[in-house]
Design a protein around this ligand. Structure first.
Ligand code: CP3
Length: 353
């Protein structure tokens, strides 16, 4: 047990903390000069993620500068496809490019890699150990993985965010094949997160970045069900480790996502009104989010006003302050510093309880 309380863990467990703990998605990244300096020495992005010394260093960089309440492990959701034997490359200015998975035979090849996949990623657990031992006691360490739907999207499309026709067609037209792929990803993700937790992660987050692509009729099968399976299996092994679910773009599907997946906290994107979330998400769940990351690039009173709106709307509940999506490379470091100071100084108005 820790001597000093970790604000983030208290909030994720539903406790209304004196101030809101905060961290920012993509808090380690290209907007930081010290990140770019380390990145420049790495041969490629996958090897960077699998280098425990470098990955631990960039995980810690934002904490040293801004004093967030949580560090997020430096890694990537596409390390699981890599560990399943799929070619994964990150191209400058293009983002990730993967060998595609198109049929049952290719899914069988992935299945063959499954028993060794979590072990292939053992450098990540060494990163977790290094970070946990270097972090201040009061700072939590968040492990993470992509949710099966989002990871499958990259594996079937070969890239993200452009055209979801192939993955949609496989999910609807070859549901037996697609559900095998999802099952492989559920198994790999459970083993991977189990190892991260054993190595020292205090909480974990599941990123379902492309949840918003799914129509309501398929949301249950490809977003909720695999997430619920992961949550059930992880909780059986680690009953006290909070799980955050982030189903980006899920809109009104968020209410079923919140109530049916078994998550402890729900990450919200900037498309959700803070007042809607306060009203519609069951009170036992912690809220996390959801400042528009573009405001982080703009700064000034627009940024501070929007942050205040979130703080006011969620003050009666337990919540974690975050962005609605990741920090972009164009964000001035000074804006992150200003928002961090504002959040460190904020105190909950207990009278609103
Ligand atoms: O600070 C942190 O948030 C921790 C590290 C982290 C990264 N990726 C590092 C990274 C985390 C949590 C992720 C998750 C991730 N990766 C997601 C889900 C979250 C989201 O943003 O929706 C997704 C979809 C990916 C896949 C991925 N990785 C993409 C689409 C890209 C290219 C986009 C870009 O900004 O270039 C990456 C590369 C990546 N992952 C970078 C970082 C810091 C930038 C690469 C670089 O430094 O060259």
């Amino acid at each position: 047990m820790t001597k000093q309380p970790r604000l983030l863990i208290d909030a994720l467990r539903g406790i209304r903390t004196p101030r809101a703990p905060f961290w920012f998605m993509r808090q380690a990244g290209r907007y930081l000069p010290e990140y770019r300096a380390v990145r420049a020495t790495a041969p490629d992005f996958v090897r960077f993620c699998l280098n425990p010394v470098q990955a631990a260093e960039v995980t810690l960089q934002p904490i040293r500068r801004f004093g967030m309440d949580a560090a997020i492990l430096f890694a990537d959701i596409l390390l699981i496809p890599h560990a399943l034997g799929l070619e994964v490359a990150f191209k400058e200015g293009e983002g990730p490019v993967l060998a595609t998975v198109t049929n049952a035979a290719e899914i069988s090849l992935l299945e063959a890699h499954l028993p060794a996949a979590a072990e292939t990623l053992s450098p990540v657990y060494e990163t977790v150990e290094r970070v946990r031992s270097a972090l201040p006691e009061s700072c939590a360490l968040i492990g993470f993985a992509g949710s099966p739907w989002t990871v499958a999207t990259y594996m079937v499309e070969g890239r993200g965010g452009h055209d979801f026709a192939r993955v949609r067609r496989m999910a609807l037209g070859a549901p037996q094949d697609f559900s095998r792929l999802i099952e492989v990803l559920v198994d790999a993700t459970v083993s991977y997160l189990d190892r991260q937790i054993t190595a020292g992660a205090d909480a974990v987050q599941l990123f379902d970045t492309w949840a918003g692509v799914l129509p309501v009729s398929e949301f249950e099968r490809w977003c909720i069900a695999p997430t619920a399976a992961i949550v059930t299996r992880l909780r059986a092994r680690h009953p006290n480790v909070p799980i955050i679910g982030f189903a980006r773009g899920a809109g009104t599907n968020l209410t079923t996502y919140a109530s049916r997946t078994g998550i402890d906290a729900i990450g919200l994107d900037a498309g959700v009104a803070p007042s809607w979330a306060a009203r519609e998400v069951p009170a036992k769940l912690c809220l996390q989010g959801n400042l528009d990351p573009v405001l982080m690039a703009i700064g000034g009173s627009a940024l501070e006003g929007a942050a205040q709106t979130i703080l006011d709307a969620w003050s009666p509940r337990s919540f974690v302050f975050n962005l609605g999506h990741g920090i972009t490379p164009d964000v001035p470091v000074e804006n992150v510093a200003r928002l961090s100071r504002l959040l460190l100084d904020w105190r909950r108005a207990w009278s609103t309880a």
